[in-house]
Write a protein that binds this ligand. Structure first.
Ligand code: SF4
Length: 464
């Protein structure tokens, strides 16, 4: 196992995604649509579905939210009982060719790929393929899988996948459709989640989060294991193993990214976040009139804190649910106005009160500052900020995009400096120990690199 401190200040890719695959249902694409709807929080810039009817591959992809990209008409066009879907978010603009799933045909075999995460040796793999004459059509990591598969000759699919994914390093949960065989792959450390479910009428579903299984009424069977390649075809299920490594589940899935109604890495996210709030109450008690979240993602931890501390829980800020998560907005000015559009304090209620705000991550300096400005303008007497994870100080190399380092609230700043910057009466971040104990599963099971700067898997310092 490699653990190394953060060294590079160069840009690294910051995408985040959700994947959904379905095998053995006559309306596979329609169910994939609902699955992607459940996973919309994982990616809001593009969406795509590929289906296979036993003869042909059908595809529809586009820029925008799931209900913007798909209509009743184009869902009818996606024929077949097997389908693969993807939603994507990105720190940069998305070209149409980069919208996933990525699809190609080689010697009559249709191959489609969709992935969540990051391939950390992507530059080396691309160079190897280009030296052999490969021409790339997109900037997606997924495309290397298609090129390698095309080079496997007469090797059977199971052996070919084992060979390919032994070369590919990184943090990824990936789905492939090879003709009408659905393949699910999770990297050997299991950074990103991926789960398997069964439909009532016998088909199978694979998804980034269990909330997507719930929406299509699939029964959760199990997680895809770290280092497992699971193939689903007309003969049923079979698995091929990669060399396993020490698990490094992304703790940020528990803290912020996943939906509270999902079970991630075998642990319910709602309960995990409530425990993080309780752990905050163990670490820091404050005399205040009320506890409130920045809705929605801080809500579970705020509830946990309020119950543990015996302080009333209130919704002093009302969220407009019709815009996306604020820290993914592309420019500073957009972000500040997005905060105002999204969150509005209940001024007459908050005036003169001593307020504890519980936030799940307090990532972007500009975003948190806009929220605090709004509270001060509402006339609160005191503001105490509690954050249900340690300071986010480093970038993620493994599939979650954060703002650039210099825009992270906590990067290079002391607690006193942050308090002054935000006009806070006090500030406390949950300790690493408190966070991992609340998440469960043991501290060593998690990647915490964005908080402690210790990267469990080598990253290419020149990646952009
Ligand atoms: S660096 Fe942070 S966000 Fe990225 S995988 Fe590790 S814990 Fe998750």
């Amino acid at each position: 196992m490699e653990i190394m401190p953060y060294q590079s200040t160069k840009r690294i890719p910051r995408d985040k995604c959700g994947v959904f695959g379905i095998f053995g249902h006559p309306e596979a694409a329609r169910l994939a649509y609902f699955g992607l709807y459940a996973l919309q929080h994982r990616g809001q810039k593009s969406a795509g579905i590929v289906s296979h009817d036993g003869y042909r591959t059908w595809m529809h992809r586009g820029i925008g939210l799931v209900p913007v990209v798909f209509t009743e008409e184009n869902l009818l066009y996606l024929k077949g009982s097997t389908a693969l879907g993807h939603v994507l978010d990105s720190s940069g603009d998305i070209a149409t060719v980069d919208v996933q799933p990525f699809t190609a045909t080689h010697k009559g075999r249709a191959i489609s790929v969709a992935h969540n995460g990051s391939i950390t040796n992507i530059r080396e793999l691309r160079q190897e393929l280009q030296a052999q004459g490969a021409i790339f059509h997109s900037a997606t990591d997924s495309e290397v899988v298609v090129h390698f598969l095309a080079r496997c000759g007469d090797m059977g699919l199971d052996a070919a996948l084992q060979t390919i994914f032994s070369k590919i390093k990184g943090a990824f949960s990936l789905l492939l459709l090879v003709d009408d065989t659905l393949v699910a792959v999770r990297d050997p450390r299991g950074f990103r989640p991926l789960c398997l479910g069964r439909l009532h009428d016998g088909g199978y579903v694979v998804a980034s989060e269990t909330c997507a299984l719930d929406l299509v009424e699939a029964q959760y069977l199990r997680d895809i294991e770290p280092g497992e390649i699971l193939l689903i075809d007309s003969n049923g299920l079979r698995s091929v193993s990669l060399e396993r490594d020490h698990p490094r589940f992304c703790i940020f899935e528990q803290v912020y990214f996943a939906r509270p109604d999902s079970n991630i890495f075998g642990i319910n996210v709602y309960q995990s976040r409530k425990r993080m709030g309780e752990a905050l109450a163990d670490e820091r008690r404050i005399d205040a009139d009320l506890v409130m979240p920045f809705p929605d993602s801080g809500t579970c931890a705020a509830l946990g804190y309020a119950q543990a501390a015996g302080i009333p829980f209130e919704m002093g800020i009302i969220r407009n649910h019709y815009i996306g998560r604020t820290f993914i907005q592309p420019t500073q000015s957009d972000r500040a106005s997005a905060v105002r559009t999204k969150l509005n304090p209940v001024r007459s209620f908050l005036r003169g009160k001593r307020v504890i705000i519980v936030d799940d991550s307090a990532i972007s300096g500009a975003t948190v500052q806009s929220k605090m400005d709004a509270l001060h303008e509402a006339g609160v007497k005191e503001v105490h900020l509690l954050v249900s994870c340690p300071p986010i100080q480093f970038p993620c190399a493994y599939g979650i995009h954060f703002p650039a380092m210099d825009r992270l609230l906590a990067h290079g700043k002391s607690i006193d400096q942050i308090c002054k910057y935000l006009g806070l009466d006090s500030l406390h971040y949950l300790s690493l120990e408190g966070m991992t104990a609340a998440a469960g599963g043991g501290s060593n099971a998690y990647c915490k690199a964005c908080m402690d700067g210790m990267y469990p898997l080598a990253i290419d310092p020149d990646m952009e």
